[in-house]
Design a protein around this ligand. Sequence first.
Ligand SMILES: Nc1ncnc2c1ncn2[C@@H]1O[C@H](COP(=O)(O)OP(=O)(O)O)[C@@H](O)[C@H]1O
Ligand SMILES: [Mg+2]
Length: 300
Amino acid sequence: MTALAPHSLDYRQQAPEVAARFERIKQRPVILSVKDLKKTFGQNGSTRTVFDGVSLDIHRREFITVIGPSGCGKSTFIRIIAGLDECNGGVALLDGKNIGEPGPDRGMVFQGYTLFPWLTVKRNVMFGIEMRGKGKFVAEAEARQWLEMVGLSKFEDAYPHELSGGMKQRVAIARALANEPRILIMDEPFGALDAQTRAQMQSYLLQIWRKVDITILFITHDLEEAAYVSDRILVMGTNPGRVVEFIENPIPRPRSPAQFVSPEYLALKMRLEELIHPPVEVEEDKLPVVKMTSAGDDVE
Ligand SMILES: Nc1ncnc2c1ncn2[C@@H]1O[C@H](COP(=O)(O)OP(=O)(O)O)[C@@H](O)[C@H]1O
Ligand SMILES: [Mg+2]
């Protein structure tokens, strides 16, 4: 572990209200429990371990972000939680029950837009509700409520191609939540959006999360995003994938962009940078000494 620079605030240092908040979170029931999860892929007769020994407990209504270098197994990990892939060892329990096939207890939002292009916004949200056996009128009323929650009531009759990227992802969130899942699993959901829309979506998601009884497992490669939205940050390492650290986010809630310059935020970000991009000695690239100027002054 790299030593902290003497001038920096310890990223583990929490204000009393933050520490009290984590005490309250720990009193809540565990929704997702993962023990010693292992995943391997077979390759030409040999096996490659993607990750091994991944363990964590997530409490009800926690907001967990997962970060780690590309290829460390973040997407594979949540595909297993979603029931889209199988593990090769360990256990994953949702509400104490072994995770199996994909089910309505797990909502998914991916980076790519996954709405049905031939259905209106409202019909996209109604789809899962009707699939769960509710009648058309109930499904329509519930879909309208979810669209109001994500601020898209005016667009209920629009088709996905008429919406911006951020709006499509808000519909995707409404559609996932309309199934009343226990956990919302998000794999780089804002990765394709421009910086400004992305910041707006982070703020929307926090507002929605405050109003709904939902636990969130959110993958991102953006350290600032991880720090801004999460309660705890699971940092994964690579070769093989593993949990490097599970950090309690010291930034008080409610969050606002003004906190981006707070000492807690900077200390946390520095720690995340250290874990994800460890300093490497790089020799300075030098070109041969050839000079082609007759001007008297030098450029620096
Ligand atoms: N279906 C598959 N078959 C073989 N290898 C795979 C498969 N899916 C993922 N992998 C490998 O598993 C590793 C982790 O991938 P992934 O979970 O997508 O990482 P991340 O999301 O952290 O970037 C990568 O090396 C990838 O090549
Ligand atoms: Mg991925």
